[in-house]
Write a new protein. Sequence first.
Length: 152
Amino acid sequence: MLDNVIEDKNFAKVMQKNIQNLIIYLFEKDEHFGVLCKIDQITFEPPLPKEISSEFRSMTLFFLAGYTFDTAAILDDNLVFEAGFGTDNFGSIVTVPLLGIVQIIIDETPLLINLANYKKVKKTVKKVDNGGVENSMASFLSNPENSKFFKK
């Protein structure tokens, strides 16, 4: 089934590498391009004002040309670039995880379509409840039989 492939960790690694290789190729060719991205995976530094960020759809196209293209780079597993937003050209550094890129586009034609849908399983860390330790110690000390465990 298709789900067995697109949700597979190894398929996601292949897609990520393909996205990275294609972007590097486009950088080397000095070819401007667009990236259609999942907006919920993107970070903006500084954060965009609410009146700008509220205009984004769940999938948003960023076109890398001019200054935005000149500032673009791949850092770790992310595409990073600076862009201006809104009528006041509010500047922000945009960080897009490579797997958050759904399409890479030139002249309205998709060069790459990323179907990977792998979700990393986040490990849960148990939080230690210090109140439990204190309650346990209080219970231990309240028993006179436990006094033999203390130095006098």
